[in-house]
Design a protein around this ligand. Structure first.
Ligand code: ADP
Ligand code: BMX
Length: 281
């Protein structure tokens, strides 16, 4: 049973919710300030939580884009997305402001565990989750256990190399999946203000950008099948859940030999998976 308050801070939006009986009963959202430092990000979270009636001491789960290490320090992996977050003591500062009952984890890892337990991953032992959103994040859940590492990098599936990429990524790696498949990459290649606009732009550049994104995600799915024997891959995030995107990924997967094709499904919990997963133990 999931109960309490949750925050999901992504590169584009920060959402907060009150959860009762594993159900979101109230939800608020604001744009994320990608340049803010730790204290300003915490103030933004506090503003959202106060609108939900949060009182210090209540159970609070916080999911954030970026890497969370075993001491609760927070560091952007893609420095272009959260440029003010460079190894800051997130857990310690949250506990001093909101009480001892706070936990933190990566946003995509949170979504992966929630989908594994309550959503698209139910009934399979080797499950993968990808968010195609501002960036590309994810994680793998094997026999109900999230793949994790002490430095918080494990599961950062968007930073795997892609044959579709060769430009420099904000992580410092060249040619990552994130650099060709993310919302930011789609907007850059389509020449649109954001990825949402690319989906409604009737141009060859926009169509091509979305196709390359879907092809890179399909290829990553086949790589994950080879590494982890994935039985199912769920996709979330606002790009991932945009109309037609998952069908396109499935279409692109057909170039792979049958052994490497993974069934691709939408995140059942939709835009709420990271909020619910922020509170999963
Ligand atoms: P976050 O990255 O903060 O978790 P989202 O999952 O909403 O947030 O992803 C943000 C990205 O999704 C942006 O690139 C945005 O342009 C894009 N986006 C938002 N809505 C849509 C939509 N309806 N269709 C396609 N892309 C969308
Ligand atoms: C990036 C990376 C991940 C994150 C993922 C999805 C940063 C700031 N972000 O790969 O930690 O989980 O994006 O994040 O390093 P979102 O912003 O797209 O929701």
């Amino acid at each position: 049973m999931i109960e309490g308050f949750a925050v999901d801070l992504g590169g584009t939006k920060t959402a907060a919710s009150r959860i009762e009986n594993s159900t979101i009963v109230d939800r608020v959202q604001e744009p994320t300030d990608g340049k803010a430092g730790l204290e300003d990000q915490i103030s933004a979270m506090a503003g959202l939580l106060s609108r939900l009636g949060f009182e210090p001491g209540a159970r609070l789960g916080v999911a954030v884009a970026g890497r969370i290490n075993s001491t609760g320090h927070w560091q952007a992996v893609n420095a272009d997305t959260l440029s003010g977050i460079k190894g800051v003591p997130l857990l310690e500062r949250l506990r001093s402001r909101f009480g001892a009952n706070v936990t933190v984890r990566n946003d995509a890892a949170a979504a992966a565990i929630a989908e594994a337990r309550f959503g698209a991953g139910q009934g399979v032992r080797n499950f993968g989750y990808l968010t195609v959103s501002t960036g590309v994040g994810g994680d793998v859940v094997l026999d109900g256990r999230l793949v994790q590492s002490a430095n918080g990098l494990a599961g950062h599936l968007g930073f795997v190399s892609s044959p579709f990429g060769d430009s420099m990524c904000g992580s410092g790696r060249r040619g990552t999946v994130e650099s060709v498949a993310s919302g930011r990459a789609i907007a850059a290649a389509a020449g649109t203000v954001d990825a949402k606009a690319a989906f409604s732009a009737d141009t060859e550049e926009a169509r091509r950008a979305i196709e390359i994104s879907a092809a890179a995600i399909a290829r990553l799915g086949a790589d994950l099948a080879a590494i982890f024997g994935l039985e199912r891959l769920a996709i979330g995030g606002s790009v991932g859940l945009a109309e037609g995107y998952i069908a396109l990924v499935t279409e692109k997967m057909v170039v792979e030999p049958p052994l490497f094709r993974v069934p691709v499904v939408p995140a059942v919990l939709g835009h709420d998976s990271a909020l619910l997963g922020a509170l999963c133990s």
